[in-house]
Design a protein around this ligand. Structure first.
Ligand code: SAH
Ligand code: TYD
Ligand code: ZN
Length: 408
């Protein structure tokens, strides 16, 4: 695995600081009868000293990840459904104020956010290359175009629908290595005072919680306010607002506007100062992170082996994309986990990518509670703990690995 690569933002040198080895596609749940060779790529993460951006050393071609069989449905979490209802209401009240406003979403998935916009009767368009989830959005009355957003498709939207007042993207912009094309497209598509609002996992939380499984094929960038402000400037935008979100284990919501068109809020300056004070991407912080990743991985495997040797039943909870990183990095397979339960029909009856643990429905979990459950969907811990009191009452215990390995 190479030690350096070229930065996607500034073309500077990206230096590797952690290496997770060969990894499968995180959302490629396998049919047990599939005998074709599984695809692997090298997952290592680097930092660019030129523009401070944290990014993967190798990009997986987008069509391998986002296609008609994409199995991640955003509406699978009650907390996230309500988060996106609130978000829609805010986008509408803040930006859909003119006559006949137009809202565009990148990565609209199953319509979890845009369904509220559609219900409000507001002109909208979801850009969503994965047919599986786009179809569900359409069934909710959402207007979707099955395509990747980039400069060429932005120009097509502009021609068909005219300019957009706001473009929104949740957990999607960080999936896109070709930011130059996307930001050029936004430069064409947005009205002069228009904004690009996006939210993604925050590298500040990754460092704080050692949540290393935020790194996988789809998460090409892990942003900070500092790196986003620099990226925006390079492409003619500026960071005009930033907000912390509790979703997905800690995220930031960023608002970009064309340079000089909107005045940045005080929050931006405060966040930049806080990041500088914390030294989020200092060589020492990155080294300490890599050390913690190795130590936590070793402890987790040690714990699971000890439980197996005691004859305990241990399962995984939530067949998340991020768990591909922890399972494959630690070498956790069907010898250590009996199954992983997940509520997504498209994942059930399949095997977890690379590690080949059977994915089963949630009823398997409640029918005969195991002794231990490894919380792979740790970013939904509050929601899951609240509804799985029966497991605790039956004597079951949770295994956490973020921010450190704990059995509770
Ligand atoms: N916004 C949803 C979905 C996130 S998953 C949520 O927060 O839950 C990321 C989504 O982005 C996937 O549905 C994927 O198909 C889509 N995607 C990937 N590249 C894209 C691009 N260039 N333009 C638009 N959507 C894209
Ligand atoms: P998530 O952590 O949102 O994203 P990613 O796949 O990008 O890491 O995935 C959550 C997964 O967990 C999804 O497959 C649905 C599943 N899930 C359950 O099985 N039960 C639950 O109560 C919740 C909230 C999620
Ligand atoms: Zn750079």
């Amino acid at each position: 695995m190479t030690e350096t690569s070229t930065c996607r933002i500034c073309e500077g040198t990206v230096r590797r600081f952690v290496d997770f080895g060969e990894q499968p596609l995180s959302d490629a749940f396998r049919d047990p009868s599939d005998e074709t060779e599984e695809f692997f790529y090298g997952l290592a993460v680097g930092h660019c000293s030129g523009c401070d951006m944290v990014q993967l050393m190798e990009a997986v071609p987008r069509e391998r990840m986002f296609h008609e069989g994409y199995p991640y449905y955003s509406s699978g979490s009650t907390v996230m459904r309500s988060h996106f209802q609130t978000t829609a209401a805010r986008l509408i009240s803040e930006y859909a104020t003119g006559e006949d406003p137009f809202i565009v979403e990148l990565g609209s998935n199953d319509g979890v956010m845009l369904e509220s916009v559609a219900r409000a009767g507001i002109r909208h368009l979801g850009m969503e290359p994965s047919a599986s989830v786009a179809e569900v959005a359409r069934s909710k009355g959402v207007r979707v175009r099955e395509a990747f957003f980039e400069k060429a498709t932005a120009l097509e939207i502009l021609e068909q629908d005219g300019p957009a007042d706001v473009v929104y993207a949740a957990n999607t912009f960080c999936h896109i290595p070709y930011v130059d094309s996307v930001l050029a497209g936004l430069g064409e598509l947005l009205v002069p005072e228009g904004v690009f609002v996006f939210e993604d996992p925050y590298f500040g939380d990754v460092i704080e919680k050692a949540s290393f499984d935020q790194f996988y094929d789809e998460h090409f960038f892990l942003f900070t306010a500092t790196s986003v402000a620099g990226m925006a400037r390079r492409f003619g935008f500026s960071l005009v607002d930033v907000e912390r979100l509790p979703t997905h284990g800690g995220e930031l919501r960023y608002t970009l506007a064309r340079e000089g068109r909107r005045t940045p809020t005080l929050r931006v300056a405060r966040m930049l100062q806080e990041e500088a004070r914390r030294g989020l991407t200092s060589p020492a912080a990155l080294r300490a992170f890599a050390d913690r990743v190795r130590a936590n991985g070793d402890r987790l495997v040690g714990e699971l082996r000890a439980l197996r040797d005691q004859g305990k039943r241990v399962v995984g909870y939530g067949a998340t994309a991020k768990s591909a990183t922890v399972l494959n990095f630690c070498g956790i397979g069907p010898d250590l986990l009996e199954y992983v339960c997940d509520t997504t029909p498209d994942k059930q009856g399949r095997l977890t990518p690379g590690s080949h643990v059977p994915v089963v429905g949630h009823d398997r979990f409640t029918e005969a509670y195991p002794d231990y459950a490894l919380l792979l969907a740790w970013n939904h811990a509050d929601e899951i703990m609240a509804k799985e009191t029966g497991f605790r009452d039956a004597g079951g215990r949770w295994i956490h690995y973020v921010p450190e390995v704990r059995v509770v």
